[in-house]
Design a protein around this ligand. Structure first.
Ligand code: HEC
Length: 115
């Protein structure tokens, strides 16, 4: 029979495991702030039913090629009901900070077509 580890050893192992989990969580959170472009592309399918992916204006304002922080700020304003549009308010509230950062990263990476 193998000797059982002393409780102190088990506690130390648990503490190390908890630290490892915390480190991963921090890494993920930091990534979320930067914005995960692939997640943004996935989430963008709803947006492009109204907003032109080409960046052309067709009565609905274009949202491609913006600086990420302005994009996040505007969606925050819809979420906080500081901007009037009811459609965008109800769309914006559905997304978390991480998802909005992801959308900002994706749309920000697209170039508006000018021709
Ligand atoms: C049902 C149509 C529709 C959908 C779907 C939609 N939008 Fe909009 N969006 C609009 C309209 C209309 C406006 C202009 C609102 C206004 O005048 O405030 C707008 C405005 C915006 C603006 C501000 C543009 C500016 O120049 O001020 C941003 C940013 C935006 N939408 C992002 C998104 C994102 C991101 C999604 C997907 C998660 C999305 N929209 C989905 C219709 C839509």
């Amino acid at each position: 029979m193998t000797p059982r580890p002393a409780p102190a050893v088990l506690a130390a192992a648990a503490a190390i495991a908890a630290l490892a989990v915390a480190a991963v969580a921090v890494a993920v959170a930091a990534d979320g702030v930067k914005g995960d472009r692939e997640l943004g592309q996935y989430l963008s399918s709803e947006c492009v039913t109204c907003h032109q992916i080409s960046g052309r204006y067709d009565g609905i304002p274009p949202i491609v090629g913006w600086p990420e922080d302005s994009f996040v700020e505007i969606l925050d304003e819809y979420r906080a009901k500081k901007r009037e549009n009811q459609v965008m308010r109800s769309i914006a509230v559905k997304f978390s900070d991480e998802e909005i950062a992801a959308l900002a990263a994706y749309f920000g990476s697209l170039k508006p077509k000018t021709d």
